[in-house]
Ligand binder design. Sequence first.
Ligand SMILES: Cc1cc2nc3c(=O)[nH]c(=O)nc-3n(C[C@H](O)[C@H](O)[C@H](O)COP(=O)(O)OP(=O)(O)OC[C@H]3O[C@@H](n4cnc5c(N)ncnc54)[C@H](O)[C@@H]3O)c2cc1C
Length: 392
Amino acid sequence: MKPDLFQAPDYYLLDDLLTEEHKLIRDAARAWVKREVSPIIEEYAQKAEFPKQIISGLAEIGGFGPYIPTEYGGAGLDQISYGLIMQEIERGDSGVRSTSSVQSSLVMYPIWKYGNEEQRNKYLPKLATGEMIGCFGLTEPDHGSNPGGMITNFKDMGDHYLLNGAKMWISNAPFADIAVVWAKNEEGRIHGLIVERGMEGFTTPETHNKWSLRASATGELIFDNVKVPKENLLPNKSGLGAPLGCLDSARYGIAWGAIGAAMDCYDTALRYSKERIQFDKPIGATQLQQKKLAEMITEITKAQMLTWRLGVLRNEGRATSAQISMAKRNNVAMALEIARDARQMLGGMGITGEYSIMRHMMNLESVVTYEGTHDIHLLITGMDVTGFPAFK
Ligand SMILES: Cc1cc2nc3c(=O)[nH]c(=O)nc-3n(C[C@H](O)[C@H](O)[C@H](O)COP(=O)(O)OP(=O)(O)OC[C@H]3O[C@@H](n4cnc5c(N)ncnc54)[C@H](O)[C@@H]3O)c2cc1C
């Protein structure tokens, strides 16, 4: 793979909107990605393996629980810092960002928000350092966009709960130490349970043959009469709103992360367009290639503005789920379009692992689907402006 020469585009001088702390955090994450992720990620994506050796580094740059209070081992940062960290990690690879998002927003967040003090103290510090890795089980084989239809369930057996069912497409599942699992009780109410590796009847088979997010491990969660201790139930929130609250936090991070992938594709294509000579001139001197680059930087700039504003609203506690849906949908689609155009700009070289673009493009095909598909987020915006839920 080519050396990482990444230079971040900032066409509207948006750095002026960031504090010195934001910039320090962003730059530290950027330097770490250049040093630790870029040199190895292509090889790990090719062999379809998560590079476990980067876990402690991810923890050090604030990749695990950036906004979780420091008393629980988190970094205690604001939402803009969280977004910037996700942007930089996904600039390296969406699969690495997925591991970070799942750990932060889908495992640490529900334990912090819906757990009790004992659960927080038991799990959060170890999750923050990466000593423990978690996964989030919501999607089932027959219930993806409609998780409320889930059939995974638990029964109260007096001194423990008995959990049965199966989850599919679960990031980090093959090596996670714990799983935050969403299941229905006997009344059909959804609750979160912390299931630990080693509990009898709990298995996590890996999902193979993915062409996307190859450097992120994906698997199933199978529960065959798993005895879950009663103290592992998250007591402070139930109903579908509980997992959806976690998804809000993760989707917000994805909206930033997608910008990272887009910036990397744009920067690579821009550099290539100045160096690649055809018909005795750089391809960047042709109108057609300039059109692609001009549209890329315009869309990146718009997405940067969108996420920055969303971050301010989240810091103020005013961002709505529908606003987050809009940013996730817009930014991932934007990144995917940019990856496709950038791939074309590199001609045949664009399909090789010498450059990051094809890997980003394939990764983004998952990002556009998980955490709510492109179409479902459009329907959420549609429902928000009309009041009619068209997906039901
Ligand atoms: C690599 C990867 C990692 C993942 N990680 C996790 C994870 O860690 N934890 C987890 O719980 N899940 C995870 N997921 C699951 C992901 O969130 C689901 O794939 C996603 O929600 C879509 O569900 P589905 O695949 O069952 O598609 P479906 O829900 O079957 O949708 C198929 C198509 O139908 C469309 N559609 C569905 N309903 C409607 C409607 N009412 N109107 C119009 N169109 C509709 C969808 O937009 C989509 O295009 C992951 C998925 C992938 C690919």
